[in-house]
Ligand binder design. Sequence first.
Ligand SMILES: Nc1ncnc2c1ncn2[C@@H]1O[C@H](COP(=O)(O)OP(=O)(O)OP(=O)(O)O)[C@@H](O)[C@H]1O
Length: 278
Amino acid sequence: MTAVAAGAGAAEEAGRGAGVLIDLRGVSRTYDDGPPALDDLTLTVRTGEALAVLGPSGSGKSTLLNLVAGLDRPDAGTVTVDGLRVDELGESASAKYRRAAIGIVFQFFNLLDDLTVADNVLLPAQLAGLPRAGAAARAAELLAYLGIERHARAYPGRLSGGERQRVAVARALMNRPSLLLADEPTGALDTASGAEVRELLRELHADGQTIVLVTHDLTLAESCATRTVELVDGRIARDSAAGWETGALPPPGTPGPYGTSAAPAAHGAYGDRPGTAR
Ligand SMILES: Nc1ncnc2c1ncn2[C@@H]1O[C@H](COP(=O)(O)OP(=O)(O)OP(=O)(O)O)[C@@H](O)[C@H]1O
């Protein structure tokens, strides 16, 4: 199952504690005359991590994801993914990087409605020029892994939101990306479908997939993330790796950015947790 989910060697590396996969240094991005969407942000993500990026609306979460995906460039700073300077890539090199190294899942699925489920999943392999036979076998394997093989010949419009998001995840995993990015993957789903997708992401991470997801959904962060970073005004206000319990969010009502806290970052994420190692 690991081989289905993760990029080659990712699980093995995760097991060893692994190296840095994403390295953002001094990254700033300002649109037009507005305030900085990202402001001198430095962040590293290791292979095998599942990072949830939280923060209020407009805090820079999607901007961060777009920079890592090479969909946008910083005004200052460097973006390195798997040793590649993503911020220096030209348009075609950037597209090639996305096809080879990145899988992206969007809130609204972004499936092509006039292609079948199987053809949607095959698309990244076709764009990468991979041999059709091997790609078809991989697509079938992914659809089975994600429990949607019976829909292979259906069109996305016939599927539920949760099933569509599974198709989008299958497509994102098609070329065995070293990194899965997800922007509000449960944002358009009902409660039951959201729970399915949360479980799916949790399983993918357990199988070794490195994941960075942006979300307002604290349940998603709590169930899938091994690390949580909170952005405020384009800066990292809190990072669980610098004091939170790994994978833990505070109980409801804990003072914090979703409550009333003005606790300094050094005091941990959503408030101080007794017994948390520093
Ligand atoms: N293409 C753009 N043009 C102009 N301003 C933009 C653009 N994209 C983002 N911004 C601005 O940059 C800031 C950060 O936006 P971003 O979408 O990264 O925040 P976010 O945390 O993902 O927000 P949300 O949770 O609402 O999706 C906001 O002030 C936003 O208005």
